[in-house]
Design a protein around this ligand. Structure first.
Ligand code: ADP
Length: 574
């Protein structure tokens, strides 16, 4: 319920100042802050002025209302409502909330202002308290009100000035921050560029190193193959000659000579084993070992292995057991090579087992279509530090007992298992025993590399040097030569000079985009047939017409890139 706080009239012009003053004071007493007091006072004096001009006078009443607590000021014209009042007070509406109406035919303007008080402030004594304070109000004169108004104006100007200064300061601060951000951005870009350069250099270094390694390894294999070859002829000659000497038809030898000849023969035989092992290994490593794929029944293969290995069991305390699961299907592999691997493992197992058993088993894993062939023994075992080293050439575990051998058997066996598309691993515990496991696919994987050997000249086009390095690294082994272009324009120049056999092409590049390169190739009879692998960060809805294969950059791995190259040059693999 609205409580009236004060009522006054505007009858002469002078009263407008009094109303203005009252507005300000009431606003102050009910708790409005300084800026709001000026708003209310200014609005009220303007309403009063307009009412006086249009209707000749008005009654002004101040009320407290709520909840929520508000100050309500009503200005009621003393005469008939006049048109144009709302229009004349439009600017006042920006200072305070105004509503226009009429009461008994007279114009009524209501001004409301929300008070910064809680609803509990509206207790019964509230309005009385305000009224008591208002009772002490001294009426003002136009002159004094003008001075007050001036003071307010100056204060407002001061406030505006202060706000403008604040704005300038904020602007300067913002500019400063912007400069900071720009500097940071530049620094980050430079760092990124630096890092990129580093990565590219690293890739180049890696490329160089792996090329050197490959060369060194090839040289080693060549050396082994040549030396073994050269050695084999004289060693077989020595063996032949010793046999001749001990032949019954030959002249008889003295007892001592016979013994010496026997020693020569057995040494030569050892040497021949070493030379043959070296030759096998060199052949397996040089990639010249070509499996002859055939369908193999593993139960039969293991049966034969058992028959030929039983004579190697020389201790009565050791049993050789061979078992093969009933569900093992026919596999496609090279039976001869696989037998050599297994015989190698069985020979070792028997050599290093004094008692217990050597068990050969064969288990089918349907889930990944592989067979697991294990040779398990209860022999001396191998310490953890040496389980991988035994696959190194010539490595033999030092023991109390010389067991003979060359240290070439396991590296050879592992290499052959890999040539067959499988793997050879070992689990072992010193003093307990060892299990060597060959895992083979049921069907060997397709021959890696493009059909018909390598692709001639591959051109890699991408503006990102790091990504170019990735592609180059991935396809280098499949290509005779790889060249690079950093943008479409450069690519077209290089293609015109030296026609590549396949192209890796990035679509988004500065200086002529990949699509334009494709279009240019498609328009040229001689270039139209070059297979193109499109490599793109954002895959288009459908591949460009001329592209033979596509690789999304986020899925580019050496495998996907090589597979795409094979697809592009007409391989059978996806
Ligand atoms: P070699 O048998 O001719 O010495 P390998 O390459 O076949 O060469 O084996 C390398 C070494 O690995 C052996 O000298 C031996 O120390 C260790 N080794 C191989 N098989 C076994 C096994 N079943 N138990 C214990 N040690 C083994």
């Amino acid at each position: 319920m609205a409580e009236e706080l004060l009522r006054m009239g505007i009858r002469v012009e002078h009263d407008i100042f009094t109303v203005r003053q009252a507005g300000r004071e009431v606003a102050g007493i009910v708790g409005l802050e300084h800026q709001d007091q000026i708003r209310v006072a200014t609005a009220l004096s303007e309403i009063g002025r307009q009412m006086f001009a249009l209707a000749g006078g008005a009654a002004v009443s101040f009320h407290a209302d709520g909840p929520p607590p508000v100050l309500l000021i009503e200005v009621l014209a003393t005469a008939q409502a006049q048109d144009g009042l709302a229009g004349a007070l439009e600017s006042v509406g920006r200072l305070v909330d105004l509503t226009f109406g009429d009461r008994d035919g007279a114009a009524l303007v209501s001004l409301t202002r929300r008070l910064p008080l809680g609803s509990d402030a509206l207790g019964p004594g509230w309005a009385d308290g305000i009224r008591a304070q208002l009772g002490g109000l001294e009426p003002t004169s136009p002159y004094r009100e003008l001075i007050v108004q001036n003071d307010h104006l100056l204060a407002t100007l001061g406030e505006v000035q202060r706000q403008r200064d604040e704005l300038l300061r904020l602007n300067a601060e913002l500019e400063e921050t912007n400069r900071g951000v720009m500097a940071l951005y530049t620094q980050l870009s430079e760092e990124l560029e630096e890092t990129n350069r580093g990565v590219v250099a690293l890739y180049a270094e890696l490329d160089k190193r792996s090329a050197q390694l490959r060369e060194a390894n090839e040289a080693k294999s060549r050396f082994l193959a040549n030396v073994s070859h050269e050695l084999r002829a004289p060693v077989t000659a020595i063996i032949g000659l010793t046999r001749l000497l001990t032949d019954a038809e030959s002249d008889p030898l003295t007892g001592g000579q016979g013994d010496q000849i026997d020693l020569i023969e057995s040494s030569a035989a050892d040497l021949l084993v070493l030379v043959n092992d070296l030759l096998d290994l060199a052949k397996a490593e040089s990639g010249r070992l070509e499996p002859r794929w055939e369908e193999v029944r593993l139960d039969r293969l293991l049966g034969q292995l058992e028959a030929t290995s039983q004579p190697l069991v020389t201790r009565p305390e050791v049993r050789l057991v061979v078992e093969c699961g009933d569900d093992v299907p026919v596999v496609v592999t090279d039976g001869m090579l696989l037998t050599r691997v297994l015989r190698n493992l069985v020979t070792n197992a028997l050599k290093f087992t004094e008692q217990g058993h050597v068990r050969v088993s064969c288990v089918w894993h349907a889930a990944d279509a592989t067979v697991e062939l294990a040779v398990e023994d209860t022999g001396v075992g191998i310490g953890p530090a040496e389980t991988e080293r035994i696959f190194e050439e010539f490595y033999q575990v030092r023991g109390p007992r010389r067991t003979g051998g060359t240290g070439l058997g396991l590296p050879y066996a592992r290499r052959v298992a890999e040539v067959l598309g499988g793997s050879l691993t070992v689990r072992s515990e010193s003093g307990v025993g060892s299990t060597f496991t060959v895992v083979l696919p049921q069907v060997p994987p397709p021959d890696p590399g493009p059909p018909g050997g390598r692709v001639g000249h591959v051109l890699v086009v991408d503006d990102d040097p790091a990504f170019r390095a990735v592609v180059v690294g991935a396809v280098r082994d499949d290509a005779e030569r790889v060249s690079q272009a950093a943008n479409g324009r450069q690519a077209l120049e290089m293609i015109a000079d030296d026609r590549p056999d396949a192209i890796f092409l990035d679509l988004r590049m500065p200086e002529l985009e990949g699509e334009r390169v494709l279009a240019t190739l498609a328009a040229d009879e001689g270039l139209r047939t070059i297979p193109v692998v499109v490599v793109t960060g954002v895959p288009p809805d459908e591949g460009p017409e001329h592209a033979v294969a596509m690789v999304a950059k986020d899925r580019a791995t050496p495998e996907t890139l090589r597979a795409a190259l094979r697809t592009a040059v007409g391989g059978d693999f996806p």
